[in-house]
Design a protein around this ligand. Structure first.
Ligand code: COA
Length: 246
């Protein structure tokens, strides 16, 4: 099937060749700290923020096809940074078009991203309350900035029930665990994993798995949960900048 042409909105700072992909129910704004300190292109996935939608999307591969097009058209070749669902998309972009990928920066993500069934159900049947509960799960208990949490909730609500459900459902179906385990995926570019030590959505063992199977460099960050790039921006930026020196 031919890919529907979708104009993706993106936030750009300098020409740094990094393309940042946000997670479920989010937008490119989640990378504001990385854009200002490091630069790059933070996209809004189809159906999110300022991007038009492609209603035929249902899987990580469907999203990845659009990201591959974006990289080819806007950047040429890039480090692909992805958070959560965005990390699944980043891995898939590499598998689809390794020639456009200089390296992978996988933030709070994994090779398989199963989702709590009650979360999936709640996103359809009780969206507002489920979004509030979700936000409580996204941050470390030690993160006290209520303004950042409020903004995260607003983004999810703006994204809406349908698209947020679609995102989490795509995560739930994403599963490359056995491919990595059995050595059927080999990654020929440098890989950095960044994860909050208090992340309960994609726990540190998901990143440790990448260290074991593909030799990824792993940076675990204290007092941070799943939204590590918002919770501890300086530590995340330092990890990325050190990685880019490779
Ligand atoms: N990397 C390495 N190991 C992984 C993995 C990953 N990405 N994903 C799962 N595994 C491992 C688990 O650690 C587990 O190993 P164990 O049996 O030694 O404990 C095994 O694979 C099976 O885990 P999982 O696929 O998660 O299935 P499950 O039926 O045990 O649990 C959930 C399902 C939904 C309860 C669980 O995945 C969960 O709590 N998820 C986190 C919350 C959430 O919704 N996150 C959203 C992510 S976007």
């Amino acid at each position: 099937m031919e890919l529907k042409k979708v104009r993706l909105n993106f936030y750009k700072s300098e020409d740094t060749p990094i393309v940042y992909i946000h997670g479920s129910g989010g937008t490119g704004k989640v990378w504001a700290h990385q854009l200002s300190a490091i630069g790059g292109y933070a996209i809004d996935l189809p159906g999110h923020g300022g991007s038009a939608d492609d209603e035929s999307i249902s899987t990580v591969e469907d999203y990845a096809r659009h990201v591959v097009e974006f990289i080819k058209e806007e950047v040429g070749q890039a480090y692909v940074a992805g958070h959560s669902l965005g990390g699944a998309i980043a891995q898939t972009v590499y598998l689809m078009a390794e020639d456009v990928v200089r390296g992978l920066i996988l933030v709070g993500t994994g090779a398989r991203l199963r989702v709590l069934p009650e979360l999936l159900d709640g996103l359809i049947n009780d969206f507002e309350n489920t979004a509030k509960k979700l936000v409580e799960m996204l941050f470390s208990r030690n993160f006290k900035d209520e303004g950042v949490k409020r903004k995260t909730l607003e983004e999810i609500l703006e994204c809406g029930s349908e698209v947020t459900y679609r995102d989490f459902n795509a995560c739930d179906k994403f599963d490359l665990l056995s491919e990595y385990k059995e050595g059927r995926i080999s990654v020929g570019v440098p890989v950095l994993c960044i994860v909050g030590k208090d992340d309960i959505m994609t726990p540190p063992k998901y990143s440790a798995f990448f260290e074991k199977t593909i030799g990824a460099r792993v940076v675990e960050i204290e007092d941070a949960g799943h939204m590590v790039m918002l919770e501890k921006p300086e530590e995340v930026n330092k990890a990325i900048l050190e990685f880019l020196e490779i």
